[in-house]
Design a binder for this molecule. Structure first.
Ligand code: HEC
Length: 359
């Protein structure tokens, strides 16, 4: 039977207490989850010493370093030691602090670090020279790469220099095996690195190809795209739907409820557009910082506004106390734990906090 009174929209406030409580706990756990996602973002993509990725980090990651037509391998071994030691950071410490027996070596021969580092940089430059000069298979197989003029006098660890007359040459395969494949092979020093074997010419040469852009691989990009679109869409869809039934003005709900979803679609399309040639690619990469911030701000508003709308006076007081406690806790964590930690990161890598402009 049709009722005579005008249909009334369901409001969050009308739900049974158990339902509202569940929604409240859901929102809080989404908030905590989002904070941990931010922590992961810091470790994965921010330059040590800065809290969140900068526009430059975004350009490097999604567009590829500008003006560096180099292979992935060369880019990584020449990258700044202050970057994270990983596929999107740097591999230059493979020659120094991350090389096998580095600590022991320096303990055995104290005071020689500067000299040892010079020899290691000689190794690195030899590898770069070989990579840039066409990285011939036969040089790799014969373990002999004749050094160019520029490296005729460079200090290089004796172990990797070809002995017995002839032009100065480097044992290129031995060098790569010790410095890279020690981790990058099945059963190597680091399980994570074993997924990218560098102990044979075929797999090695994948990283020696010069691509016009050395941004994140297409496979990785496709993977993160579907994880984000499917996973986070569910999340933002739910928080948005819940907010849609709140008692806030219609305008606010119409704008804010779908906002994180819209911003996320824009964000992810920027990931792909960032691969365009300069100047457009880097512009889209820079925009990722902003679209990402809008997603985050939108979700935070969903959480806070819904929590505020769920309960009556007494409940609101509790929510308010919780929000104040979270804000105070967040502030304390930032000044006492996060800031000192982030500052320590840049010291640890022996660098000043990343300058705004890197060469
Ligand atoms: C101490 C162990 C270690 C050493 C030594 C090392 N790497 Fe790595 N490498 C890693 C780890 C760990 C990763 C990150 C894997 C990941 O992102 O999951 C990585 C990632 C890479 C990647 C990116 C793979 C990809 O497709 O994302 C390349 C290329 C690479 N290293 C090259 C080198 C080269 C060249 C050397 C030698 C100069 C070297 N590595 C030495 C541990 C090492």
């Amino acid at each position: 039977m049709a009722s005579t009174s005008a249909p009334r929209t369901l409001l969050l406030r009308d739900l049974p207490f158990a339902a509202r409580l569940t929604i409240a706990v859901f929102m809080v756990s989404v908030g905590v989850g989002y904070v941990s996602a931010l922590i992961q973002l810091h470790f994965q993509h921010a330059t040590p010493g800065s809290l969140m990725p900068t526009a430059k980090n975004a350009v490097d990651l999604f567009h590829g370093p500008i003006d560096k037509p180099d292979s992935k391998l060369v880019t990584l071994v020449l990258a700044d030691e202050s970057l994270p030691f990983k596929g999107t950071g740097e591999m230059s410490r493979a020659f120094t602090t991350k090389s096998a027996g580095w600590k022991k070596l320096l303990e055995k021969t104290p005071g020689t670090e500067a000299a040892v580092r010079k020899e290691r940089m000689g190794e690195r430059d030899s590898l770069v020279a070989w990579a840039r000069a066409g990285h011939k298979k036969e040089e790799y197989e014969n373990d002999e790469y004749v050094l160019p003029e520029a490296l005729a006098d460079a200090p290089i660890t004796a172990k990797y220099l070809k002995q017995g007359g002839g032009p100065r040459a480097v044992k290129i395969q031995s060098l790569i095996n010790d410095r890279c494949a020690a981790c990058h092979k099945t059963g190597g020093r680091e399980a994570e690195a074993a997924e990218y074997p560098l102990d044979g010419y075929e797999t090695l040469s994948r990283y020696l190809k010069v691509e016009t852009s050395s941004a994140m691989s297409l496979i990785k990009l496709a993977q993160t795209t579907h994880v984000h679109l499917l996973g986070f869409s569910m999340l933002y869809g739910l928080t948005g739907l819940i907010l849609a039934f709140s008692s806030y003005p219609r305008v606010l709900r119409v704008v804010l409820c779908p906002l994180p979803l819209v911003a996320q679609v824009a964000d992810i399309s920027f990931w792909w557009l960032a691969r365009l040639d300069a100047p457009y690619g880097p512009m889209f990469a820079t925009a990722i910082i902003f679209s990402g911030a809008i997603v985050a701000a939108g979700l935070m508003l969903h959480i806070v506004l819904v929590l505020w709308d769920l309960f009556n006076r007494a409940g609101k007081t509790i929510v308010l106390l919780l929000l104040v406690a979270a804000a105070a806790g967040g502030y304390m964590a930032k000044t006492h734990i996060i800031d000192p930690y982030v500052a320590g990161e840049s010291k640890q890598s022996g660098e000043e906090p990343a300058p705004a402009e890197n060469k």
